[in-house]
Each structure stands twice: as structure tokens, then as C-alpha cells.
Design a binder for this molecule. Structure first.
Ligand SMILES: [Zn+2]
Length: 412
């Protein structure tokens, strides 16, 4: 087989990203949500690319497009997603699908005889932009689909089950979409970094060590509303200043572990009754806390709860904390990380090891089989934004590294 030319691969990847990026629900900005007419058009385009690449194409009960090379029972899975956030960039998701197609095509064109087959997977629901549930398509492949998700509804009140039927799918077929663990030899996902680390290190490619676990909390602080002019400062029970002190405590806790992927964010806050001349009597805010190990995340969550209780007591407030979303840390398989790193080194670059602070389909696929991710440098670390950009050269290197990885991949 000829060694692939990274530049030529990068040029093709860029053209395909542009073509997919033009499929949007809105002129002028990229919006492609799960199970919409735009999803259909994108899936059809991906299916056409797969066929042209020499893959046989099918679609599962969640709309995941599957391009299959080789007939071996054991499969190397390569995938990412083709849904987007609202006003998205073009690279987040599609790059991983396109990298998989170009890599599989390399082996299909050469009629390579591999001891395993390759399945390229184009998932339709990673971002969770339409339904409150997220990662449902990769969950179905991993055999981890939770049927409660079917009852969740979008902003128009359409449930996931109804949307699947409109898309031509039958929710009864979801169980059959799952891979048998013994058939899934590994899962690899190429994705833009969506952060600034690779750019800062001056390297095009990174090896993900793990995807940080995450907890989301809803915090309610209750004090006493009062007249902003007549209640003296020392007699106030201001729920807002209490909440502010709690947010600062979260920041302090998260800053203690910069090397463990720990980040804490208060991204949404609401003060009631929300008037310029009333002391806030009640404040609601959210906490998003992520860390590279489950133990650290749990410890930080407990410390935040203790700090919030201490602040509330000192200020004569009450505080209630309710978790509403939690996902465990996903560790990338060490052997796959090593193999990806070796491929990057062979291309003359230094593989940077880094955790992923963002969620990915790989987070679910680890429940099925050993999984790993290859990150691609993106300009300014900007993502979920139309300014998102990865260079032709960097994308080409990612596909070339993926091809080298497949050449050497061994069934465990
Ligand atoms: Zn993504």
C-alpha cells in the first residue's frame, strides 16, 4: 500500500467539511439538529461518501450511518457526530466522521486484508441540542441506551420517540443497534480539541488520556426579601450575596486541582424577586463541576456542599443542593493511547497528552470496548462558534496518523 499523503488527505477533508457545513436549517448560520430534515440530508451525503469510498452502508434505529469495510466478525469502530449546536462551527464532529471515511477508503481501495473489519459511524445526537437527552446514538451502539430518553421532548413538545418515527425509525429496533462487546475490538474518535492546549504547545495532534466526569447541581439559596432602602446592612439575609460567596468558594476549590482537569462554573443565576430596590430573597444557580477522576469530583462536590452550608449559616440563609446530571470519568485505553502516540511520532510530531474537558461519543463507547481519542489543534481553542477552524495540514496529519494506527492495530 502506498503511504498516504497527509496534505492530499487534508485537502479532501477540508472540501468534505465545507460540503457538510453547508447543510443547515438556517441560511447564514450552521444549525443541524438530531432527526431533522437537515440531519437526513447530512446522513445521505455521508452515506454517499461512504459508498464512494468502497464501504457498504446501513443506518440503525437511532439514525447512525454505518459504513462497513471487510467482513471479519471483530470490528474496529471509528466515529463521531454530524449534529451541531446552534450557530455551530463546521469541524466539531464532522472531522471525526470524515477522517474515518478517508482512512477506511485507504484500505478499501487497496483491497487490504485486515484481521478485523472497520465500521465508520456517523452519530446524530452528541450535542443534545434538540432533546434534553444526549449521546443517545452512541449509547444505542454501546448497548447503553436508556429508554427514558424516548419520552423527553424538544422545545415544540415532540418526543424523541415521535421524532424517530417521523424520521422513519422504529424505537422497538433500538436494542438491535447494539454491538456485541465481543465484536467491538476498539473505538477511535478524531475530534478538534475545542481548547487551546495544542496551539499553546505548537503541536498539531494530541492523545486524550480521559474525558472528565461531570456533575451538575441546582442550588437554591433562600434568605429574606426586604426594602433596599430601609433594612440596615447588618440585619439583611441577602440570598444573592450568599450565592456570590458560594460561587467564589466553588472557584477556590476548583483552582486547587489545575492538573486534574478540574473546572467549576456557575453558568446560570437568577435572583428573585429581581427588582432594583428589593434585597433578593431567593437565588437559584447552577454548578457545573468536572474533574479527571470520579474520586476528585465527588470530593470537590462534597466540599462545595459543606462550604455552601457554612456560608448559609453565617449569613442566616438556607441552601438546598440538588444534582440533576452526572456522568462518570471515561478513561481512554492505555494501549490505544500508546498506539496513537506512536503513529503521531512516526509522522515527525510530538503527541501531547491531555484530558478532554468536553463530552464526546467516546465517553459512552468506553462502556462497550477499549476507546481512545485523537485531538486536532484548533485555532484559538475556539469551538461551538462559527469561527471554529482547523488547518488542512493538521487535519491531513490526523487522517495519516489514523491510517498508521489501523495498519498496526492488533486484536486484543
Ligand atoms: Zn463534538
Amino acid at each position: 500500500m502506498n503511504a498516504p499523503d497527509p496534505v492530499a488527505l487534508g485537502v479532501r477533508a477540508e472540501a468534505m467539511i465545507a460540503e457538510l457545513g453547508a447543510i443547515s436549517a438556517e441560511p447564514g448560520r450552521l444549525v443541524r439538529l438530531f432527526l431533522t430534515p437537515e440531519h437526513r440530508r447530512a446522513a445521505d451525503l455521508v452515506a454517499r461518501w461512504m459508498r464512494t469510498a468502497g464501504l457498504s452502508v446501513s443506518e440503525d434505529a437511532l439514525g447512525t450511518v454505518r459504513g462497513r469495510f471487510g467482513s471479519a466478525k471483530r470490528r474496529l469502530l471509528i466515529g463521531s457526530h454530524i449534529d451541531t449546536v446552534i450557530d455551530a462551527g463546521k469541524y466539531d464532529g464532522p472531522l471525526g466522521v470524515i477522517a474515518g471515511i478517508l482512512a477506511a477508503e485507504h484500505f478499501a481501495r487497496a483491497k487490504a486484508e485486515l484481521p478485523f473489519g472497520i465500521d465508520v459511524l456517523a452519530f446524530g445526537d452528541e450535542e443534545g441540542s434538540r432533546f434534553p437527552a444526549t449521546l443517545t446514538s452512541s449509547s444505542a451502539c454501546a448497548g447503553a441506551f436508556e429508554s427514558e430518553a424516548l419520552a423527553t421532548a424538544d422545545a415544540q413538545g415532540v418526543t424523541l420517540a415521535e421524532a424517530l418515527r417521523i424520521y422513519g425509525k422504529n424505537p422497538d429496533d433500538i436494542a438491535a443497534a447494539a454491538y456485541q462487546p465481543e465484536d467491538a475490538a476498539g473505538y477511535i474518535e478524531v475530534h478538534i480539541e475545542q481548547g487551546p492546549v495544542l496551539e499553546a504547545k505548537g503541536e498539531p495532534l494530541g492523545i486524550v488520556t480521559g474525558i472528565v466526569g461531570q456533575i451538575r447541581l441546582r442550588v437554591t439559596v433562600t434568605g429574606e426579601a426586604g426594602h433596599a432602602g430601609t433594612v440596615p446592612m447588618n440585619l439583611r439575609h441577602d440570598a444573592y450575596t450568599g450565592a456570590a460567596e458560594m460561587a467564589l468558594a466553588l472557584e477556590r476549590i476548583a483552582r486547587e486541582h489545575p492538573d486534574d482537569g478540574m473546572v467549576g462554573t456557575v453558568g446560570w443565576i437568577e435572583a428573585k424577586p429581581a427588582a432594583v430596590n428589593i434585597i433578593p430573597g431567593r437565588v437559584l444557580f447552577t454548578v457545573d463541576l468536572r474533574a479527571l477522576t470520579d474520586a476528585l469530583r465527588l470530593e470537590a462536590t462534597e466540599r462545595f456542599a459543606a462550604e455552601a452550608a457554612r456560608v448559609a449559616k453565617a449569613r442566616g440563609l438556607t441552601v438546598a443542593i440538588e444534582p440533576f446530571h452526572e456522568i462518570a470519568t471515561a478513561h481512554c485505553a492505555p494501549a490505544l493511547q500508546e498506539a496513537l502516540a506512536a503513529s503521531v511520532t512516526e509522522l515527525g510530531h510530538t503527541p501531547i497528552r491531555l484530558p478532554s474537558g468536553a463530552g464526546h461519543d467516546a465517553q459512552v463507547m468506553v462502556r462497550l470496548c477499549p476507546s481512545a481519542m485523537l485531538f486536532v489543534r484548533c485555532r484559538g481553542g475556539i469551538s461551538h462558534n462559527p469561527a471554529e477552524f482547523a488547518s488542512v495540514a493538521d487535519m491531513g496529519l490526523a487522517v495519516a496518523a489514523l491510517i498508521r494506527f489501523i495498519e498496526k492495530f492488533q486484536l486484543g
